[in-house]
Design a protein around this ligand. Structure first.
Ligand code: TXA
Ligand code: MG
Length: 355
């Protein structure tokens, strides 16, 4: 049994008792070359069989995704890795054994059979084993490697609930498995382990410190850049953006609050409706205003909790029809790195460094 929204089947897979049955039904769709969205511990993914080039091409079409931006291949178990990648370094195995299933994506040399549509024409492939019972049940039932980007329209915030998926893609995909909200809420850490180097192409909840600690050597972080040929094609596109412009305020928290109040008053005086995304610690400073939608994703001391709520907050601002969003930044320490990265990408050029 499933409900249908605009022609897209919605399988309720929240109940562990029915999970297996729903996963089998969704896996059958994948084998038929259909697109199926599913929850992972990070965000919802939009899956297609890696072996079906037409299905993979459809992913790019429905998302409006540039074809040179490669997809992550999802496996049900570490033992499937040699089926996709070759010359796998010993350190990659060490990382996979420690962090899989989990939010770490490894970029490796691809096996020749892996289609170019999946890898954006690159000779590398990005792979991970997700840590979510619904994703794993689907992957096991499908008995296929599944290519899956985040299940949003390109450039929109990634989906962390089945409703977010439907808001962007209902009617354009065959099905979504609803497994409830995602725990982590930001996409996996993407780590390139080729050529004897360790390079983080996209920060995520597995931190450079954890990776360096495990392998006992330094891990580089590739800067966000507008290069024409960045090492990860995804780096060159603006991402995670709500509809209203988002201004990101960085600096010492006390000074940031004062600057944000000034900016807020300017927007309000022009008759605009403002969305505010601030930490628990600074929320009080913004409680007295009218025409303001305040969202407090968590404490400054818990960037992981704030990251988990970020995308839902950005979509909520859209729903509340704000004209502008003012967001407080965070320290890049630990889990803060991934949060700050997503905020920066949502802000684009609109970054206010408060001195
Ligand atoms: O947590 C996640 O990673 C989620 C869930 C669904 O697993 N997936 C996800 O996929 O965020 P997507 O397509 O939204 O982001 C994939 C990122 C992009 O920045 C892409 O450029 C990069 O991974 N990537 C994929 N294959 C790559 C490759 N061969 N070399 C370098 N970067 C690659
Ligand atoms: Mg994405």
């Amino acid at each position: 049994m499933a409900i249908i929204v605009d022609g897209t089947l919605v399988f309720n897979a929240r109940d562990p008792v029915v999970l297996e049955e729903k996963a089998v039904a969704a896996a059958e769709l994948l084998r038929q070359g259909k697109l199926v969205a599913f929850p992972t511990e990070t965000v919802y993914g939009l899956g297609a069989s890696v072996r079906d080039e037409r299905a993979v091409s459809r992913i790019f079409e429905v998302k409006g995704r540039p074809v040179d931006n490669p997809l992550i291949v999802h496996l049900s178990d570490i033992s499937e890795l040699p089926g996709l990648a070759r010359n796998i370094p010993a350190e990659a195995w060490t990382l996979a054994r420690r962090f899989w299933p989990g939010p770490l994506t490894l970029v490796l040399e691809k096996k020749p059979w892996v289609p170019g549509v999946v890898t954006g024409g690159l000779d590398s492939v990005a792979v991970r084993v997700p840590d979510h019972p619904v994703a794993l049940a689907l992957l096991r039932a499908a008995e296929l490697p599944v290519a899956a980007p985040s299940a949003n329209i390109s450039g929109r915030p990634s989906p962390t609930t089945a409703d977010h998926v439907l808001a962007d893609l209902a009617g354009r995909i065959s099905a979504v498995l609803d497994g409830g909200p995602c725990d982590i809420g930001v996409e996996s850490t993407v780590l390139d382990v080729r050529g004897g180097r360790l390079r983080i192409l996209r920060p995520g909840s597995i931190t450079p410190q954890e990776i360096a600690g495990l392998l006992q050597r330094k891990c580089e972080i590739v800067e966000l850049s507008a290069d024409k040929n960045p090492p990860s094609p995804g780096l060159k596109y603006r991402h995670y953006a709500p509809r209203a412009p988002l201004y990101l305020f960085l600096g010492e928290p006390g000074k940031v609050t004062v600057k944000m109040q000034e900016e807020l008053e300017t927007w309000l005086s022009r008759g605009k409706k403002a969305g505010l995304l601030v930490t628990l610690e600074s929320a009080k400073a913004f409680s007295g205003y009218r025409n303001v939608e305040l969202i407090v994703p968590g404490s400054r001391d818990d960037p992981a909790a704030m990251a988990a709520r970020l995308y839902a907050a950005l979509r909520e601002f859209d729903a509340r029809r704000v004209d502008v969003i003012l967001a407080e930044g965070c320290s890049p320490k630990g889990a803060g790195l991934a949060l700050l990265n997503r905020l920066q990408k949502a802000a684009g050029e609109n970054i206010v460094q408060v001195e």
